[in-house]
Design a protein around this ligand. Structure first.
Ligand SMILES: [Zn+2]
Ligand SMILES: [Zn+2]
Length: 299
């Protein structure tokens, strides 16, 4: 709908405009507005775009779906079908040729931002892509997909109308920038830094820092091991706000068929942990002293 060059210009303009927070007077209320705008839209992305469209982790009421899709699209990360369709390809080719955003295959900048702005390698979504196949003909989804610039535009206008320039910066520009990097970090940071509970064939990692800012998505090694689950934090101590929202929706009847983590996956986690515990590195004190090999002696 929007020419690609215009999208790139808008993207960088919003990124840079976040710096204008230093040009408006500081108020703690603005920080609360930033948090609401960042975290609510993050849940829209993870709950609707990621766990629902890409992974079918649960089913939800059509009106609730529309609301979350609208909120997710207001994050300014293109449309839900584009987003989830590419994400399916990420899992299909994870860290191999064909993965639209792998720091291993195409470098950190391209995996973080470059692919999103102008994907010169894997920009085509086949009609057989499950997201296109099953959701592109739902009228309200197709509408948002086509006019994906409307939700972010509506948010920006609403912020400006409510609080002028300062609220536009704190409620739209800054959180749109932070949310872009919180999302993109799952593609880069979570394929480079963190722990690997499961020995998956890709480079996915669990990282509590990215899990916090991307509302639960940072448990990415868990997710690559078992994509279908509605929760990415597999244990109660793994902070996953998106999962808490899905559970609350289930409690009031707005979500159903919520996919759990199977027992065999928890068992696998225990087996890997036990195996690693026995593979203890030898202590330097117990090691046999190495002999000193002088050049003269070896002659
Ligand atoms: Zn991944
Ligand atoms: Zn995924």
């Amino acid at each position: 709908m929007l020419p690609n060059l215009l999208q790139i210009i808008i993207f960088w303009t919003v990124q840079v405009s976040a710096l204008l927070v230093f040009a408006v007077p500081f108020r703690w209320a603005f920080v609360a507005v930033w948090a609401a705008s960042h975290f609510l839209r993050a849940i829209g992305l993870t709950l609707a775009f990621h766990r629902y469209f890409a992974h079918r982790a649960f089913k939800m009421h059509r009106v609730a779906r529309f609301v979350w899709v609208w909120i997710g699209t207001s994050a300014m990360q293109k449309g839900p079908i584009w987003w989830a369709g590419h994400h399916v390809n990420h899992h299909k080719y994870a860290d191999r040729d064909g993965d639209p955003h792998s720091p291993m295959v195409s470098g950190v900048y391209y995996a973080h931002i470059g692919w999103f702005l102008n994907d010169t390698r894997n920009d085509t979504l086949e009609p057989t892509n499950p997201v296109i196949r099953d959701f592109s003909r739902v009228p309200e989804i197709a509408f948002i997909e086509k006019y994906f610039f409307l939700p972010p535009l509506a948010l920006a206008i609403a912020m400006f109308a409510l609080g002028g320039f300062p609220l536009l910066i704190w409620g739209f520009c800054l959180p749109t920038m932070t949310l872009a990097h919180a999302t993109f970090a799952i593609n880069t940071v979570n394929h480079m830094f963190g722990s690997r509970r499961f020995e998956t064939v890709d480079e996915s990692r669990n990282n509590p820092f990215t899990a916090f800012f991307a509302v639960g998505e940072g448990w990415h090694n868990n997710h690559h091991r078992y994509q279908r689950a509605a929760r990415n934090g597999f244990y109660w101590w793994e902070f996953d706000p998106t999962w808490y929202v899905i559970r609350a929706m289930k409690a009031v009847g707005l979500a159903w068929d919520v996919q759990a983590v199977p027992k065999r996956i928890y068992e696998e986690a225990r087996v890997v942990k036990a195996k690693r515990a026995t593979r203890r590195a030898p202590s330097i004190i117990e090691a046999v002293p190495l002999s000193l090999e002088l050049a003269e002696e070896s002659e």
